[in-house]
Design a protein around this ligand. Structure first.
Ligand code: DGY
Length: 323
């Protein structure tokens, strides 16, 4: 029997590409540049499964391609807001993602941003590299203490819980969270985390707010000017979720006027473009979407895609089925 035809939209870790090539009839993206709309259309006509990432817009228009052969979109990544799920469902295409394996690394990166922005690590490094460091002095580049402060989590899924664990047990932080999903008392008690039903009330209590909700229409600009105002001038915003969750015009104004203390960002609307005004601000730490970027995690994500492909083509329900 012929091996299923699988098309991968970006380079994956070598160890994963090798396994993929052994198991399937694979077309890799040697250039590692995002595929154009026409290239994605061609891939949908040619492949049994397409393996996209966050850089591929799998829109309703794309999924309207005539003569599609694809039956599975096996996403490399946990977030799938770049895929029009309703359109996939309508066309009878299954979708899978890669949860669990990136939980700790993404929470680690959120903690990295939190520490960097609070303790002015980016600013300090820029000063030193530019040869501007004048030596130790009691008033030099003092930032905000992290240990013992209050952290508010927006969303309380796997990554938020991992962050709660690190922040509470590692840094003695008080943990608040806001979510619409029910959370068992045992789970929240084990993490020392307190639910707050009203988001604005939670924001007003926090020294740090970290976003862990999915992207997409339901959460677009959830953090807007009014909510940044509710956070107040001592609070820092951390975003490792999706760029669209934050109204960036409002964020830039709040940072510029010091109406919030600072922000640590890993994600942006319209990546890889970054709003130019952010680049000139010292009270923001900017990373290029590195949440899951450890060798171990990127390999585990790829292997998880392979497990999903294998399940699907062997006639089992993939463990990470979205639709
Ligand atoms: C994820 O897994 O969702 C990462 O943000 C990359 O898409």
């Amino acid at each position: 029997m012929d091996k299923p035809r699988v098309i991968v939209t970006r380079r994956w870790p070598q160890a994963v590409e090798q396994v993929l090539q052994r198991r399937f009839d694979v077309k890799l993206n040697e250039r590692d540049a995002p595929m154009s709309f026409a290239e994605l259309q061609q891939a949908l006509r040619e492949a049994d499964a397409l393996c996209p990432t966050v850089t591929d817009g799998i829109t309703a228009e794309l999924l309207d391609t005539a003569d599609m052969r694809v039956r599975l979109l096996a996403n490399f990544g946990v977030g799938f807001n770049h895929i029009d799920i309703a359109a996939a469902r309508k066309r009878g295409i299954s979708v899978t993602n890669t949860p669990d394996v990136l939980t700790d690394c993404t929470a680690d990166l959120a903690m990295t941003l939190l520490l960097m922005v609070a303790r002015r690590a980016g600013e300090g490094e820029r000063e030193l590299r530019a040869g501007r460091w004048q030596g130790w002095r009691p008033t030099h580049m003092t930032g905000a203490k992290v240990t013992g402060k209050t952290l508010g989590l927006v969303g309380f899924g796997r990554i938020a819980r991992a962050m709660a664990r690190k922040a509470h047990f590692g840094f003695g932080m008080r943990i608040l969270f806001h979510t619409r999903s029910p959370v068992h008392a045992e789970v929240r008690n084990a993490l020392g985390a307190t639910p707050v039903a009203n988001l604005d009330e939670m924001l007003a209590e926090c020294d740090f707010v970290s976003l862990h909700c999915p992207g997409g229409a339901a959460t677009r600009h959830l953090i807007n000017g009014a909510r940044l105002a509710a956070m107040g001038s001592r609070a820092f915003l951390i975003n490792t979720a999706r760029g669209d969750v934050v109204d960036h015009d409002a964020l830039i104004a709040a940072l510029r006027e010091r109406r919030i203390a600072g922000a640590g960002l890993d994600v942006y609307p319209g990546e890889p473009q970054v709003p130019p005004a952010l680049l000139g601000l010292d009270n923001v730490v900017l990373l290029p979407h590195l949440g899951s970027a450890s060798d171990e995690t990127r390999i585990a994500m790829g292997m998880r895609v392979i497990d999903n492909l294998q399940d699907f083509f062997d006639g089992r329900v993939p463990q990470d089925r979205v639709v």
